[in-house]
Design a protein. Structure first.
Length: 94
């Protein structure tokens, strides 16, 4: 599921999950999103490079949330674990 380098700007048809290899919350978010049937690219900060990812986040959001996981769905920033859970609940996926 790991893909190429993320783009600075997102299209409205792009979904992404940013994770770190040894992050339990990241693994849980990945599992929940996959189980819910969502399609998205996964980027591991250890592979892509955290500095590169932080610059992308700063460009997109105007700040660096400095927290993983981070999820974008169809170009919209959802956020980290609690926001992902809220997103799933709002979309009737729990």
């Amino acid at each position: 599921m790991l893909t190429k380098t993320p783009l600075l700007d997102l299209n409205s048809d792009t979904s992404e999950l940013y994770v770190m290899q040894f992050c339990p919350a990241c693994k849980e978010a990945l599992r929940k999103l996959v189980d819910a049937g969502f399609k998205f690219d996964v980027y591991d900060l250890n592979v892509v490079g955290s500095r590169k990812v932080f610059k992308i986040w700063e460009h997109r959001l105007g700040h660096n949330p400095n927290l993983v996981p981070q999820f974008w769905f169809l170009g919209q920033h959802i956020g980290s674990s609690l926001s992902i859970d809220k997103f799933l609940k709002e979309n009737n996926v729990t």
